[in-house]
Design a protein around this ligand. Structure first.
Ligand SMILES: [Ca+2]
Ligand SMILES: [Ca+2]
Ligand SMILES: [Ca+2]
Length: 411
Protein backbone atom coordinates (compact mmCIF):
# COMPACT_ATOMS: atom_id res chain seq x y z
CA UNK A 1 0.00 0.00 0.00
CA UNK A 2 1.21 3.52 -0.83
CA UNK A 3 -0.03 6.02 1.77
CA UNK A 4 -1.36 9.45 0.98
CA UNK A 5 1.62 11.79 0.59
CA UNK A 6 4.04 8.95 -0.08
CA UNK A 7 5.87 8.47 -3.38
CA UNK A 8 6.85 5.03 -4.65
CA UNK A 9 8.55 4.01 -7.88
CA UNK A 10 8.33 0.36 -8.94
CA UNK A 11 10.58 -0.69 -11.83
CA UNK A 12 11.61 -4.02 -13.41
CA UNK A 13 9.66 -6.24 -11.01
CA UNK A 14 6.95 -8.86 -11.29
CA UNK A 15 4.08 -8.86 -8.82
CA UNK A 16 2.08 -12.03 -9.20
CA UNK A 17 -0.67 -14.07 -7.55
CA UNK A 18 -1.64 -11.38 -5.04
CA UNK A 19 -5.02 -11.96 -3.45
CA UNK A 20 -7.23 -9.75 -1.28
CA UNK A 21 -10.59 -11.06 -0.16
CA UNK A 22 -13.07 -8.22 0.13
CA UNK A 23 -10.42 -5.51 -0.48
CA UNK A 24 -8.98 -3.62 -3.45
CA UNK A 25 -5.57 -3.61 -5.15
CA UNK A 26 -4.11 -7.11 -5.01
CA UNK A 27 -0.79 -5.86 -6.42
CA UNK A 28 -0.72 -2.35 -4.96
CA UNK A 29 -3.32 -0.13 -3.28
CA UNK A 30 -2.31 3.46 -4.01
CA UNK A 31 -3.36 6.52 -2.05
CA UNK A 32 -0.21 8.53 -2.83
CA UNK A 33 1.99 8.88 -5.88
CA UNK A 34 2.91 5.64 -7.61
CA UNK A 35 5.18 5.37 -10.63
CA UNK A 36 5.16 1.98 -12.38
CA UNK A 37 7.70 1.30 -15.13
CA UNK A 38 8.56 -1.99 -16.87
CA UNK A 39 6.48 -3.89 -14.32
CA UNK A 40 4.45 -7.06 -14.67
CA UNK A 41 1.26 -7.49 -12.65
CA UNK A 42 -0.03 -11.03 -13.18
CA UNK A 43 -2.81 -13.21 -11.80
CA UNK A 44 -3.81 -10.93 -8.95
CA UNK A 45 -7.33 -11.13 -7.52
CA UNK A 46 -9.25 -8.53 -5.50
CA UNK A 47 -12.70 -7.01 -5.13
CA UNK A 48 -11.51 -4.17 -7.42
CA UNK A 49 -8.11 -3.73 -9.05
CA UNK A 50 -6.69 -7.22 -9.45
CA UNK A 51 -3.44 -5.50 -10.43
CA UNK A 52 -3.64 -2.01 -8.89
CA UNK A 53 -6.36 0.01 -7.14
CA UNK A 54 -5.83 3.77 -7.39
CA UNK A 55 -7.87 5.49 -4.69
CA UNK A 56 -9.17 9.06 -4.46
CA UNK A 57 -6.21 11.44 -4.16
CA UNK A 58 -3.90 8.89 -5.71
CA UNK A 59 -1.71 9.64 -8.70
CA UNK A 60 -0.60 6.67 -10.76
CA UNK A 61 1.70 6.67 -13.80
CA UNK A 62 2.13 3.38 -15.66
CA UNK A 63 4.58 2.88 -18.54
CA UNK A 64 6.11 -0.03 -20.50
CA UNK A 65 4.33 -2.57 -18.27
CA UNK A 66 2.03 -5.57 -18.57
CA UNK A 67 -1.16 -6.53 -16.72
CA UNK A 68 -2.02 -10.14 -17.49
CA UNK A 69 -4.50 -12.57 -16.03
CA UNK A 70 -5.66 -10.36 -13.17
CA UNK A 71 -9.24 -10.56 -11.97
CA UNK A 72 -11.68 -8.66 -9.78
CA UNK A 73 -15.00 -9.68 -8.27
CA UNK A 74 -16.57 -6.21 -8.51
CA UNK A 75 -14.75 -4.39 -11.35
CA UNK A 76 -11.40 -3.37 -12.79
CA UNK A 77 -9.65 -6.67 -13.41
CA UNK A 78 -6.33 -5.01 -14.23
CA UNK A 79 -6.64 -1.53 -12.70
CA UNK A 80 -9.44 0.22 -10.82
CA UNK A 81 -9.15 4.03 -10.94
CA UNK A 82 -11.51 5.64 -8.45
CA UNK A 83 -13.12 9.07 -8.55
CA UNK A 84 -10.66 11.74 -7.43
CA UNK A 85 -7.65 9.70 -8.59
CA UNK A 86 -5.57 10.34 -11.68
CA UNK A 87 -4.11 7.64 -13.91
CA UNK A 88 -1.77 7.83 -16.89
CA UNK A 89 -1.11 4.64 -18.89
CA UNK A 90 1.45 4.53 -21.73
CA UNK A 91 3.24 1.82 -23.72
CA UNK A 92 1.48 -0.84 -21.65
CA UNK A 93 -0.33 -4.12 -22.41
CA UNK A 94 -3.49 -5.43 -20.73
CA UNK A 95 -4.27 -9.05 -21.66
CA UNK A 96 -6.63 -11.69 -20.29
CA UNK A 97 -7.75 -9.64 -17.32
CA UNK A 98 -11.33 -10.15 -16.21
CA UNK A 99 -14.11 -9.19 -13.89
CA UNK A 100 -17.44 -10.84 -13.32
CA UNK A 101 -18.71 -7.89 -11.27
CA UNK A 102 -21.43 -5.47 -12.28
CA UNK A 103 -18.99 -2.51 -12.39
CA UNK A 104 -17.23 -4.01 -15.40
CA UNK A 105 -13.86 -3.06 -16.89
CA UNK A 106 -11.97 -6.32 -17.45
CA UNK A 107 -8.75 -4.50 -18.28
CA UNK A 108 -9.39 -1.14 -16.66
CA UNK A 109 -12.25 0.50 -14.78
CA UNK A 110 -12.28 4.29 -14.52
CA UNK A 111 -14.21 6.75 -12.43
CA UNK A 112 -11.39 9.32 -12.05
CA UNK A 113 -9.09 11.13 -14.44
CA UNK A 114 -7.67 8.77 -17.06
CA UNK A 115 -5.30 9.27 -19.99
CA UNK A 116 -4.31 6.21 -22.04
CA UNK A 117 -1.68 6.55 -24.79
CA UNK A 118 -0.04 3.94 -27.00
CA UNK A 119 -1.35 1.00 -25.02
CA UNK A 120 -2.78 -2.36 -26.09
CA UNK A 121 -5.81 -4.08 -24.57
CA UNK A 122 -6.68 -7.53 -25.85
CA UNK A 123 -8.57 -10.65 -24.74
CA UNK A 124 -9.94 -9.02 -21.59
CA UNK A 125 -13.45 -9.77 -20.39
CA UNK A 126 -16.26 -8.31 -18.32
CA UNK A 127 -20.00 -8.05 -18.47
CA UNK A 128 -19.57 -4.35 -19.26
CA UNK A 129 -16.45 -3.00 -20.95
CA UNK A 130 -14.23 -6.03 -21.45
CA UNK A 131 -11.23 -3.87 -22.31
CA UNK A 132 -12.07 -0.54 -20.68
CA UNK A 133 -15.13 0.62 -18.74
CA UNK A 134 -15.49 4.37 -18.24
CA UNK A 135 -18.05 4.61 -15.47
CA UNK A 136 -17.49 8.31 -14.78
CA UNK A 137 -14.83 10.98 -14.39
CA UNK A 138 -12.91 11.91 -17.54
CA UNK A 139 -10.97 9.75 -19.94
CA UNK A 140 -8.95 10.19 -23.12
CA UNK A 141 -7.57 7.56 -25.49
CA UNK A 142 -4.77 8.27 -27.97
CA UNK A 143 -2.81 5.86 -30.19
CA UNK A 144 -4.43 3.03 -28.25
CA UNK A 145 -5.45 -0.43 -29.48
CA UNK A 146 -8.39 -2.32 -27.96
CA UNK A 147 -9.45 -5.64 -29.48
CA UNK A 148 -10.55 -9.21 -29.02
CA UNK A 149 -12.41 -8.72 -25.75
CA UNK A 150 -13.94 -12.07 -24.99
CA UNK A 151 -17.02 -10.48 -23.43
CA UNK A 152 -18.45 -7.07 -22.57
CA UNK A 153 -17.22 -5.17 -25.64
CA UNK A 154 -13.86 -3.48 -26.17
CA UNK A 155 -14.59 -0.03 -24.73
CA UNK A 156 -17.77 1.11 -22.99
CA UNK A 157 -18.46 4.59 -21.67
CA UNK A 158 -18.09 8.25 -22.62
CA UNK A 159 -14.72 9.76 -23.54
CA UNK A 160 -13.66 13.38 -23.01
CA UNK A 161 -11.75 15.82 -25.19
CA UNK A 162 -9.88 14.68 -28.30
CA UNK A 163 -9.43 10.95 -28.81
CA UNK A 164 -7.34 10.33 -31.89
CA UNK A 165 -5.59 7.54 -33.77
CA UNK A 166 -7.04 4.64 -31.83
CA UNK A 167 -7.78 1.20 -33.25
CA UNK A 168 -10.80 -0.53 -31.71
CA UNK A 169 -12.01 -3.79 -33.18
CA UNK A 170 -15.56 -3.41 -31.88
CA UNK A 171 -17.70 -0.51 -33.03
CA UNK A 172 -20.50 1.78 -31.84
CA UNK A 173 -21.17 1.76 -28.12
CA UNK A 174 -18.55 -0.97 -27.73
CA UNK A 175 -15.96 1.43 -29.22
CA UNK A 176 -16.74 4.22 -26.69
CA UNK A 177 -18.65 5.94 -29.50
CA UNK A 178 -15.61 6.60 -31.68
CA UNK A 179 -16.19 6.71 -35.45
CA UNK A 180 -14.06 5.03 -38.08
CA UNK A 181 -12.15 7.57 -40.17
CA UNK A 182 -12.62 10.47 -37.73
CA UNK A 183 -9.53 11.89 -35.97
CA UNK A 184 -7.43 9.05 -37.37
CA UNK A 185 -9.46 6.46 -35.48
CA UNK A 186 -9.70 2.97 -37.00
CA UNK A 187 -12.89 1.34 -35.77
CA UNK A 188 -14.16 -2.12 -36.63
CA UNK A 189 -10.89 -3.59 -37.92
CA UNK A 190 -8.84 -6.54 -36.72
CA UNK A 191 -5.39 -5.35 -35.55
CA UNK A 192 -3.68 -8.55 -36.82
CA UNK A 193 -1.66 -9.20 -33.68
CA UNK A 194 1.13 -11.71 -33.28
CA UNK A 195 1.50 -13.97 -30.25
CA UNK A 196 2.17 -12.58 -26.78
CA UNK A 197 5.91 -12.37 -26.20
CA UNK A 198 8.60 -10.48 -24.28
CA UNK A 199 8.81 -9.33 -20.69
CA UNK A 200 6.88 -7.33 -19.67
CA UNK A 201 4.69 -9.13 -22.22
CA UNK A 202 3.44 -7.42 -25.39
CA UNK A 203 1.71 -8.29 -28.64
CA UNK A 204 3.73 -7.73 -31.85
CA UNK A 205 1.95 -6.33 -34.90
CA UNK A 206 2.08 -8.66 -37.89
CA UNK A 207 3.08 -7.26 -41.30
CA UNK A 208 0.08 -5.55 -42.84
CA UNK A 209 -1.57 -4.76 -39.50
CA UNK A 210 -3.74 -1.62 -39.84
CA UNK A 211 -2.14 -0.36 -36.60
CA UNK A 212 1.24 -0.03 -38.31
CA UNK A 213 2.16 3.58 -39.14
CA UNK A 214 -1.35 4.67 -38.14
CA UNK A 215 -0.57 6.52 -34.90
CA UNK A 216 -0.05 10.23 -34.30
CA UNK A 217 3.62 11.21 -34.22
CA UNK A 218 3.03 14.28 -32.03
CA UNK A 219 1.40 12.10 -29.38
CA UNK A 220 4.31 9.66 -29.55
CA UNK A 221 6.88 12.44 -29.24
CA UNK A 222 5.23 13.98 -26.17
CA UNK A 223 5.24 12.69 -22.59
CA UNK A 224 4.45 10.11 -21.39
CA UNK A 225 5.27 8.13 -24.57
CA UNK A 226 8.50 10.06 -25.27
CA UNK A 227 9.00 8.14 -28.53
CA UNK A 228 9.51 4.94 -26.58
CA UNK A 229 7.68 1.65 -27.05
CA UNK A 230 7.07 -1.38 -24.88
CA UNK A 231 9.30 -3.52 -27.11
CA UNK A 232 12.28 -1.19 -26.78
CA UNK A 233 12.17 0.19 -30.34
CA UNK A 234 12.47 3.97 -30.65
CA UNK A 235 9.42 5.53 -32.31
CA UNK A 236 8.56 6.33 -35.00
CA UNK A 237 9.69 3.62 -37.44
CA UNK A 238 8.66 3.04 -41.06
CA UNK A 239 6.77 -0.22 -40.62
CA UNK A 240 5.01 -0.39 -43.99
CA UNK A 241 8.00 0.12 -46.26
CA UNK A 242 6.84 3.40 -47.84
CA UNK A 243 9.86 5.39 -46.59
CA UNK A 244 7.77 7.47 -44.15
CA UNK A 245 8.26 6.80 -40.45
CA UNK A 246 5.05 7.04 -38.43
CA UNK A 247 4.49 5.59 -34.98
CA UNK A 248 2.18 2.64 -34.53
CA UNK A 249 -1.07 2.32 -32.59
CA UNK A 250 -0.65 0.37 -29.35
CA UNK A 251 2.30 -0.39 -27.12
CA UNK A 252 4.39 -2.00 -29.85
CA UNK A 253 6.44 -0.33 -32.59
CA UNK A 254 6.93 -2.66 -35.54
CA UNK A 255 10.15 -3.10 -37.48
CA UNK A 256 10.60 -5.53 -40.35
CA UNK A 257 13.29 -6.46 -42.86
CA UNK A 258 12.61 -5.57 -46.49
CA UNK A 259 14.63 -7.44 -49.07
CA UNK A 260 15.04 -6.25 -52.63
CA UNK A 261 16.76 -7.82 -55.63
CA UNK A 262 18.02 -6.00 -58.73
CA UNK A 263 19.73 -7.49 -61.76
CA UNK A 264 22.10 -5.82 -64.21
CA UNK A 265 24.41 -6.70 -67.11
CA UNK A 266 27.73 -5.15 -68.12
CA UNK A 267 27.04 -4.89 -71.88
CA UNK A 268 24.25 -2.29 -71.94
CA UNK A 269 21.73 -4.96 -72.86
CA UNK A 270 23.30 -6.25 -76.11
CA UNK A 271 26.08 -8.69 -76.93
CA UNK A 272 27.39 -10.31 -80.08
CA UNK A 273 27.29 -14.07 -80.32
CA UNK A 274 30.68 -15.45 -79.51
CA UNK A 275 31.25 -13.02 -76.61
CA UNK A 276 30.47 -13.36 -72.93
CA UNK A 277 29.01 -10.91 -70.43
CA UNK A 278 28.34 -10.76 -66.68
CA UNK A 279 25.02 -10.81 -64.93
CA UNK A 280 24.98 -9.37 -61.42
CA UNK A 281 22.17 -9.65 -58.89
CA UNK A 282 22.25 -7.28 -55.93
CA UNK A 283 20.32 -8.42 -52.84
CA UNK A 284 19.73 -5.65 -50.27
CA UNK A 285 17.84 -5.23 -47.00
CA UNK A 286 16.31 -1.74 -47.02
CA UNK A 287 14.03 -2.50 -44.04
CA UNK A 288 14.21 -1.33 -40.43
CA UNK A 289 15.01 -4.73 -38.93
CA UNK A 290 17.80 -7.21 -39.63
CA UNK A 291 17.05 -9.95 -42.19
CA UNK A 292 18.30 -13.23 -40.72
CA UNK A 293 18.22 -16.51 -42.64
CA UNK A 294 18.78 -19.58 -40.53
CA UNK A 295 20.92 -22.50 -41.56
CA UNK A 296 19.80 -24.06 -44.83
CA UNK A 297 17.37 -21.31 -45.88
CA UNK A 298 17.41 -19.93 -49.42
CA UNK A 299 18.37 -16.26 -49.81
CA UNK A 300 18.07 -15.95 -53.61
CA UNK A 301 16.83 -18.04 -56.54
CA UNK A 302 17.22 -17.18 -60.22
CA UNK A 303 15.87 -19.47 -62.94
CA UNK A 304 18.29 -18.81 -65.79
CA UNK A 305 17.25 -19.04 -69.44
CA UNK A 306 18.49 -21.68 -71.82
CA UNK A 307 20.57 -20.58 -74.81
CA UNK A 308 23.68 -19.85 -72.78
CA UNK A 309 26.31 -21.47 -70.64
CA UNK A 310 27.04 -20.07 -67.19
CA UNK A 311 30.23 -19.68 -65.18
CA UNK A 312 30.48 -20.28 -61.45
CA UNK A 313 28.79 -17.53 -59.39
CA UNK A 314 30.77 -15.48 -56.89
CA UNK A 315 29.56 -13.44 -53.92
CA UNK A 316 30.91 -9.90 -54.08
CA UNK A 317 30.79 -6.59 -52.23
CA UNK A 318 29.18 -7.73 -48.96
CA UNK A 319 28.11 -4.76 -46.82
CA UNK A 320 26.79 -5.21 -43.27
CA UNK A 321 26.49 -8.97 -43.80
CA UNK A 322 27.37 -11.58 -41.20
CA UNK A 323 27.67 -15.29 -41.90
CA UNK A 324 28.67 -17.11 -45.04
CA UNK A 325 26.63 -17.12 -48.28
CA UNK A 326 27.05 -19.97 -50.76
CA UNK A 327 25.88 -19.62 -54.38
CA UNK A 328 25.75 -22.33 -57.03
CA UNK A 329 24.36 -22.76 -60.53
CA UNK A 330 23.00 -26.21 -61.30
CA UNK A 331 20.68 -27.13 -64.18
CA UNK A 332 20.38 -23.42 -65.03
CA UNK A 333 19.17 -22.50 -61.53
CA UNK A 334 21.17 -20.01 -59.46
CA UNK A 335 20.65 -20.66 -55.76
CA UNK A 336 22.21 -18.74 -52.85
CA UNK A 337 21.78 -20.25 -49.39
CA UNK A 338 23.27 -19.89 -45.94
CA UNK A 339 26.50 -21.80 -45.77
CA UNK A 340 27.20 -23.35 -42.38
CA UNK A 341 25.09 -21.25 -40.01
CA UNK A 342 22.83 -18.24 -40.21
CA UNK A 343 23.28 -15.20 -42.45
CA UNK A 344 22.17 -11.71 -41.44
CA UNK A 345 21.77 -8.75 -43.77
CA UNK A 346 21.78 -5.82 -41.37
CA UNK A 347 18.90 -3.33 -41.27
CA UNK A 348 18.91 -0.51 -43.84
CA UNK A 349 22.36 -1.16 -45.35
CA UNK A 350 22.88 -4.96 -45.54
CA UNK A 351 23.62 -6.04 -49.14
CA UNK A 352 25.69 -8.31 -51.36
CA UNK A 353 26.14 -9.00 -55.07
CA UNK A 354 26.21 -12.31 -56.93
CA UNK A 355 28.02 -12.20 -60.27
CA UNK A 356 28.45 -14.86 -62.94
CA UNK A 357 29.59 -14.99 -66.55
CA UNK A 358 27.14 -15.75 -69.35
CA UNK A 359 28.17 -17.12 -72.76
CA UNK A 360 25.24 -17.13 -75.21
CA UNK A 361 25.00 -20.03 -77.61
CA UNK A 362 22.12 -18.74 -79.76
CA UNK A 363 20.96 -15.34 -81.01
CA UNK A 364 17.86 -13.53 -79.85
CA UNK A 365 16.61 -12.26 -76.49
CA UNK A 366 18.13 -13.86 -73.41
CA UNK A 367 15.34 -13.18 -70.91
CA UNK A 368 16.05 -13.67 -67.20
CA UNK A 369 14.25 -15.16 -65.37
CA UNK A 370 13.37 -17.97 -67.73
CA UNK A 371 9.76 -18.31 -68.82
CA UNK A 372 7.79 -19.80 -65.92
CA UNK A 373 10.69 -19.24 -63.51
CA UNK A 374 11.53 -16.67 -60.86
CA UNK A 375 14.32 -14.37 -59.85
CA UNK A 376 13.55 -13.56 -56.27
CA UNK A 377 15.12 -12.75 -52.93
CA UNK A 378 13.72 -14.98 -50.16
CA UNK A 379 11.91 -17.14 -52.77
CA UNK A 380 10.28 -19.38 -50.15
CA UNK A 381 9.08 -16.45 -47.97
CA UNK A 382 11.10 -17.48 -44.94
CA UNK A 383 11.04 -13.90 -43.59
CA UNK A 384 8.12 -11.60 -42.83
CA UNK A 385 8.86 -8.34 -44.63
CA UNK A 386 7.22 -4.92 -44.68
CA UNK A 387 7.05 -5.20 -48.48
CA UNK A 388 6.93 -8.60 -50.21
CA UNK A 389 6.25 -7.15 -53.67
CA UNK A 390 9.73 -5.76 -54.36
CA UNK A 391 11.71 -9.01 -54.13
CA UNK A 392 11.77 -9.90 -57.83
CA UNK A 393 14.45 -9.10 -60.35
CA UNK A 394 14.65 -9.33 -64.15
CA UNK A 395 16.95 -8.39 -67.01
CA UNK A 396 17.13 -9.12 -70.73
CA UNK A 397 20.21 -9.13 -72.98
CA UNK A 398 19.88 -9.23 -76.76
CA UNK A 399 22.30 -11.61 -78.47
CA UNK A 400 23.14 -10.35 -81.98
CA UNK A 401 24.53 -12.50 -84.77
CA UNK A 402 28.21 -12.32 -85.55
CA UNK A 403 28.58 -10.25 -88.73
CA UNK A 404 31.11 -11.07 -91.46
CA UNK A 405 32.24 -8.02 -93.43
CA UNK A 406 33.80 -8.93 -96.82
CA UNK A 407 36.30 -6.45 -98.21
CA UNK A 408 35.01 -4.40 -101.13
CA UNK A 409 37.28 -4.89 -104.11
CA UNK A 410 37.37 -2.04 -106.62
CA UNK A 411 38.81 -2.69 -109.96
CA1 LIG B 1 5.58 4.22 -43.42
CA1 LIG C 1 5.68 2.66 -37.41
CA1 LIG D 1 10.87 -7.03 -49.86
Amino acid sequence: MVDSGAVLTLRNLTITNGKIIGGDGAGVANFGTLIVDRMTFANGNAAAGGGIANFSGGSLQVSRSAFTGNSATNGGGGIANYGGATLSVANTTFSANSTAGSSGGGGLWNNGGLDVTNSTFTANSANNGGGIRIAGGSATLKNTLIANSTSGGDCVGTLSGTNNNNLIKDSGTNACGLTNGTDGNIIGFDPNLGALTGSPAYFPLNPGSPAIDAGDNATCAAAPVNNQSQNGVTRPQDGDGNSTAICDIGSYEAIFPDLTATKSNNVSGAVTLGNSFTWKVKVANIGTANATFTSGQTILRDDLPGGATYGAPTVQNPVNVSGSIGCTIASNVLTCTTSGGSVTLGATTGAFDVAFSVTPTVTGALTNPASGGVCRADPLSALAESNESNNACADTVTVNPYRVYLPLIIR
